[in-house]
Design a protein around this ligand. Sequence first.
Ligand SMILES: Nc1ncnc2c1ncn2[C@@H]1O[C@H](COP(=O)(O)OP(=O)(O)OP(=O)(O)O)[C@@H](O)[C@H]1O
Ligand SMILES: [Mg+2]
Length: 262
Amino acid sequence: MNPLLSVQDLHVDAPGEGRSILRGVHLTLDAGETVGVLGTSGSGKTTLALALLNLLPPALRARGRVEFEGHDLRTLNHAALCAVRGRRCAMVFQEPLTALNPRQRVGAQVAEVATAHGEHDAARAMRSAIDLLGRTGLTDPGERAQRFPHQLSGGERQRVLLAMALLLDPALLIADEPTSALDVTVQAQVLQLLREQQRARGMALLLVSHDLGVLATTCRRLLVLHGGRIVEDAPTPQLLAAPVHPHARALVDTVRPAERRA
Ligand SMILES: Nc1ncnc2c1ncn2[C@@H]1O[C@H](COP(=O)(O)OP(=O)(O)OP(=O)(O)O)[C@@H](O)[C@H]1O
Ligand SMILES: [Mg+2]
């Protein structure tokens, strides 16, 4: 069976600064698989997530192949790419506030996703938005839906983003540090939701984080990104028990002993 996502020799350069950010990344992800990308700040995690969906800022240049469900995303035309984004492959961005429109109530924003993807009845779109917000564990979703993003807590905003991503039942969800801005309790709740939804939908998950603890509890396989290269790619228990690359070893040494035995 072909992998769901296959990335071959992906490079991202910042020509204006004469520097390389990603240097020949290879990775594959099967349908339903959970893979974590672990890397310290500046290792290129967000750049990788954005490059996968052709969302890099204009200052950055990518080359290489990104195949998703058999299509090379880097050469698809704009309309075909938009059909993939959100419908087959959804993304939760690192900054929940910047990803939401500050002037629109969150329920309307979630409903808009349904409308943009074919639900033409506005009342039905709003009902499915509220229903999904409830299923993400948001308390009193009908009332929360009436609020603007700044009237929600960080954890509530992250649930709104997750609802928007899940609404389309994607084959792949890319989540960039979805819990890093949250306190430990809310982080655990959001990760639990992510794991439940991943299992219930059988969707593949590419979870990006600097936090090995977060990735180890959610992903079966881990990739270690260091200086724009994948330096290790191993099943989670193997990486925790016997990391090979010195940088991977250093990261594993920072987690608590209980997590190392997970
Ligand atoms: N638009 C840009 N122009 C030039 N360099 C950039 C640009 N965007 C990112 N970079 C550089 O690329 C490198 C990787 O950045 P990236 O945001 O991918 O890191 P990250 O691993 O996601 O870090 P963090 O954990 O802090 O989110 C950094 O050195 C950053 O300065
Ligand atoms: Mg980042």
